[in-house]
Design a protein around this ligand. Structure first.
Ligand code: F6R
Length: 243
């Protein structure tokens, strides 16, 4: 696991966008694994800027998102479909047909999970997966206790996750209790993983992640990243407090 420490959130976002741009320059048909949440917003802003000012094109790029709330239609403003469209996709030249996010209102959640895992295998494998990290060590919505062999599945969100994500909703009561997330095994299928973390609220999770090399365990799902051979974590000084 490679660790890059930067001064602040803006520098973390810059470093992440530099790495993504480099990958797209090398391979214009890149398959990018994307995350939602507050952490990648700066990365998306920088990528929009490099598309507009330096002509980094997404015409042939495909994206596969980590997760979607169960019960939210893609037109719901707090759905991850809407989040991705508003914060990234509508600003670049990507074909929306090449962007994949689980369906939040499937006829059968079980079938949707199978369909989405097949997307990961057939559209992917993901060349570069972007991750954030939950304060409880979740990656995607793989909450503590998740089976390391898990593929795309339905998850019941932890109280802490619901609380942390409530700011995207009018009130905490509106946050869905369940989501569809790609599994730990699905994440580990990616060729390369970049995990971003910023701010004091992530310091404990980053410390636990860095200390978990010899203690890979389901109570801290991000620890499974130690079983992958190409993971870079990019953190700011607030999130990197090892004492
Ligand atoms: C998002 C996701 C989550 C977030 C994590 C951190 O698609 O799967 O794992 O990356 O909850 O969220 P933020 O960035 O809002 O702190």
């Amino acid at each position: 696991m490679k660790v890059i420490v930067r001064d602040n959130y803006d520098e973390v976002s810059k470093e992440a966008s530099r790495l993504v741009e480099e990958k797209i320059r090398e391979n214009d048909e890149l398959v990018l694994g994307l995350a939602t949440g507050a952490t990648p917003l700066g990365l998306y802003e920088n990528l929009i800027d490099s598309y507009k000012t330096r002509g980094i094109s997404y015409e042939n790029v495909k994206t596969i998102n980590l997760d979607e709330y169960l019960g939210l239609d893609k037109n719901h403003p707090a759905s991850y479909h809407a989040f991705m469209f508003e914060t990234f996709f509508k600003h670049i030249d990507i074909e929306l047909n090449n962007t994949y996010i689980p369906d939040g209102v499937p006829a059968s959640a079980e079938e949707e999970c199978l369909r989405y895992e097949a997307v990961i295998d057939h559209v992917g494998p993901v060349d570069l997966q972007i991750l954030g990290i939950g304060t409880n060590g979740h990656i995607g919505f793989n909450e503590p206790g998740t089976d390391p062999n898990s593929l795309t599945h339905v998850v019941e969100l932890n109280a802490s996750t619901i609380e942390n994500n409530a700011h995207f909703f009018q009130s905490i009561d509106e946050v869905p209790t369940h989501a569809i997330t790609i599994g730990i095994q699905s994440i580990l299928k990616s060729d390369q993983v970049i995990l971003l973390a910023s701010g004091k609220s992530k310091a404990k999770a980053v410390k636990t992640l860095l200390e978990s090399e010899r203690n890979v365990n389901p109570d801290f799902p991000a620890s499974y990243l130690w079983t992958h051979d190409d993971v870079t974590i990019i953190v700011d000084k607030d999130a990197y407090q090892l004492v």
